[in-house]
Structure formats: C-alpha cells, structure tokens
Design a protein around this ligand. Sequence first.
Ligand code: CTP
Length: 404
Amino acid sequence: MIVLGVAGGIAAYKAALLLRLFTEEGHDVRVVPTEAALEFVGAPTWEALSGHPVATGVFHDVPRVPHVRLGQEAELVVVAPATANTLAKAAHGLADDLLTNTLLTTRGPVVFAPAMHTEMWENAATQANVATLRSRGHVVIEPATGRLTGKDTGAGRLPEPEAIHAVCTQVLQGRGLDLQGRHVVVSAGGTREFLDPVRYLGNRSSGLQGYALAQAAVARGATVTLVAANVSLPDPAGATIVRVTSTEELRQAVVEAAAEADAVVMAAAPADFRPDTLVGSKIKKSHDGTTPVITLVENPDILAELVRSRTGKAPVIVGFAAETGDENGTVLDHARAKLERKGCDLLVVNDVSNEQVFGRTDNEAVILGADGSARPVARGPKIDLAHAIWDEAVQRLERPSPLP
Ligand code: CTP
C-alpha cells in the first residue's frame, strides 16, 4: 500500500494524476490530505480516485488507529505537493494531523515532492529543513523551474506527475537515487544540415536511446537537460528539453549546459559535415543534364571539444560509437581506438552491422571505460542500457554531490 500525502498548495490537483499513475499499475493508494489541501481539491476527488475514504485528522475511524496503522503498512509514503509548512513539520517531528502522524510512524521510504514559491523554497529555513530530511534518508526531489501560480517563474514548481512517479518506482524497487543533486546533460537524435529551405542532410538516429537515458536519470534523482535534435518522441517527464536542428546549434546547447554539469552523455548523432553554402531558395533542376555539386565542410566535433575544455573538477563525459567490423579490426578494436582518440571517460559501443540499432526499442552494447573496463550489456530495452550507462558514470563522478 502506498500513502499519498497531499499538502495545501495549488499543485494539489497534479497529485490526482500521480494517484492515477499508481492505481493504474495496481497499487492500493491511501490518500492523506492536509486540511489546507482540501481547500484546493475536495475529499470526493481523492475518495473516488483511490476507492478509500479520506480523513485529515487523527480522530476519525479511531478504533482502527489510522494514525499509526497507515504509516506502519505503507511500503512508500510520498508527499506531493509538499509545502514549506509540511516540510518544516516533518523535519521537526511535529504530529498535529494524520499526515504528519503517518510520517512519524512509517519505517518505509519517504519521498517529498516540494512545491512553493521560489522565495519560500530558497529561504534558509526551508533549505535547512530539506537538508535535515535528506540527512535522515528521505528523498526530497528538487522542484522544477518554470511557471509558478501566477505570471512569475522560478524554482518551486511541482515536478510533473510522471517524473515523481518515476522516482517513486525507483525507490519502490529498492534502487538508489544515486544521481540526486546531480545535473546531467544528454544529447539525443540526429542533426540536420540544410542545403536549401526544404532539403537537408540527416541521419537515421531516432533519439530513443538518448530519451531513455534522460528518463533513467530523472528516475535516479538527477536534474536533466536533454538536448534533442529533430526527435519526434513524447517529451520525457522531468527533463528540461532544449530543441536544436544543426550540429552547430547542438554544440552551443551542449557546451552551455555542460558548464554546470556533473555528466554529459553524447547519445546524439551529429552530422559530421554540412554543405559549405546554404542556398536561400529551393535548388531547381537545370533541365540541361547538369546536376548540382554539393561541397561539404567539416562540423565541429562536440565530444572532442568537451574533452579539450575539461578543467579540474570536470563532468564525466560519455560518447557513443556506432561501429562495424572490417578487415582492419573487430568492432571492439575500432571502438578502443576511438575511445583513445576521443579522450572521453566512457564509450558506449553499438555494433551497427545488420541494422541492429536504428529506431529499435531494444539495444545491445559494450560500455568501454578509459580505465580499460568493458561491460557488455545484453540485448534488452534501451532503458536497461541507459541504467547500465548511469551505473558506470556514477562510479566515475568526481565532484562530491552538493547534497548532504
Ligand atoms: N560526436 C560529436 N560531434 C560530432 C560527431 C560525433 O560530439 N561532430 C559524438 C557523437 O555524439 C558520439 C561520438 O562522437 O558520442 C562518436 O561519434 P562518431 O561519429 O562515431 O565518431 P567520429 O569521430 O565521427 O568517428 P569516425 O572516425 O568513425 O567517423
């Protein structure tokens, strides 16, 4: 059984969607709103969606002692939204309603998804309470940045229900949130280099692996910037998406985000070349048998630039290599040489002979480390490979996490 605590914030309505995500998976969910939460979303909504009566105080259904039982029976308590007030009460062990009592009695994992105005989130009191809760092993998800209740924007938005659900799933599976407090950058998709307003040179990258990496990192607690080049997949919840078209745009977006990052994974397939001129109007057929000649110039190598500009406390840099074996060596021979040439920390090697990768939802790879390690990942869903890549990257993170 999962306890969904709902505190009194405007984002309480999003908790109804989170509740649905849990119940659709077959979880039994008991909703415990605060009095203030019912000002935003009424009890009938929670009762209808969860199939259980709700109460805010401890003097309801007393013979069943809910203020103790709910906490004891919960495999997970998640509070979404968690207001500054509820975080403060939880940090100080106050127990003046059913939710705070439940938080005191549970011995299972607790996840808080804060939502409040930026000033309240950044206030020293709130930050101290968050640090206290984290030091006790509770998970406090970083709030998203964006539009708040009014026209103002800033840190303090409730993360999307799918992102909170992903973190809860990770916690329920007993997997660690080893990327909490980390900022990671993932590039995905394939860049396009335009010849004229309608034609471009492109490649077959679907973006599936990069999106799986972003999704896995969100579930492990990271703040994720996903730089997406021409990907037509649904946005992964919880990641900040920067859309780009060309290799130069990809370069700018990745380099800018990498400045503050703990890890950068270059899963995108940037075009290595672009036409030396972009023709302003559509190139026409000549009708005299001559054909246009396209001269290509080389694009910047983004991975190489990231490696070159590394200073002391640098992000872990992960590259991808799509390889085929030939008379000069096996797939792994070429990959080892590329890892050395590129100078990154990890290289994820796909064997692309026989159409084995593009657009498929599964993948198989070997993750090579600059330290000589080689981790084969058997064919499986791209999300499994994504987690294996993060497992390897986490071991190589240099800077200490900013979180306690
Ligand atoms: N990459 C990059 N910038 C480019 C091209 C590639 O950052 N202009 C990154 C890719 O995202 C990938 C890695 O480099 O992570 C390997 O790409 P690949 O095209 O296989 O490498 P190349 O250097 O082009 O190697 P090759 O000699 O096989 O062409």
